[in-house]
Design a protein around this ligand. Structure first.
Ligand code: MN
Length: 237
């Protein structure tokens, strides 16, 4: 039987050194840096033992922006940047809960991205006890850089994730400050979803989130390993 509409192609990230990475799903972690949890008015855990469970949400794969061009989204007056490490899953682990010791082996590589957020809609959702979808999963809400293979990225803990907007530093943190590291997040996610090759996981943002306006230019970096340049464009009409 033939498709009755054109089949959508998966978005594909460029892989440094050659090849492309087709994307299946985008998982996201909320509140993975204590300083950001506090700036959002949430309580940061007092210790690793007291950290509880991570907050998860998702974006559709077609929210990815691969050319750095982000039209200002509709229905918001408060578009916020959240710079994040992005892990790319390269292998299907099968069903069941992942052991944290095995989780690292699933990671094909890393990118950096912006978890763009309609903060005003998120605040309304939180106040009303409603889902975050319209605040997080909108069109063009996930600009992402190229991918580097895990071996090339090496140890992440001492690397610094940062974001400049129009040349001013807005966010900066060592990845070692994440409340749950990559392996721990994959372990937690696997209790809720079966991870698959092609999944991306946005790992959460440090403090310093703030508003973007049309005309702004953003540069995200993971040291000198990864760079993502974005331009916020006028709204589509
Ligand atoms: Mn985020």
């Amino acid at each position: 039987m033939a498709d009755v509409i054109p089949a959508p192609e998966p978005p594909r990230l460029q892989v440094r050194g050659g090849g492309t990475f087709p994307v299946r799903r985008i998982h996201c972690v909320g509140r993975n840096f204590a300083d950001h949890a506090r700036e959002m008015g949430a309580q940061a855990p007092a210790s690793r033992e007291a950290r509880g469970r991570p907050v998860f949400f998702s974006k559709p794969a077609d929210a990815l922006v691969l050319d750095g061009r982000v039209p200002y989204p509709p229905a918001t007056k408060e578009l916020h940047h959240e710079v994040e490490l992005v892990a790319a899953i390269g292998r299907d682990p099968g069903p069941g809960v992942l052991d944290p010791a095995d989780a690292q082996g699933l990671v094909f590589g890393y990118a950096i991205g912006l978890d763009l957020t309609r903060r005003d809609l998120q605040a309304q959702a939180k106040a009303g006890g409603l889902p975050w979808d319209i605040a997080k999963g909108f069109d063009h809400s996930a600009p992402v850089s190229e991918l580097v293979r895990a071996a090339e990225a090496g140890d992440l803990e001492s690397r610094t994730l940062s974001l400049e907007v129009n040349g001013s530093l807005r966010q900066s943190s060592e990845l070692g400050r994440m409340i749950w590291n990559v392996a721990e997040i994959l372990h937690e996610l696997s209790q809720l979803y079966r991870l698959r090759a092609g999944d991306l996981v946005f790992m959460g943002t440090p403090a310093g989130v703030a508003a973007l306006e049309p005309g702004d230019r953003c540069t995200a970096r993971l040291d000198d390993l990864l760079r993502l340049d974005c331009a916020i464009l006028p709204p589509l009409t």
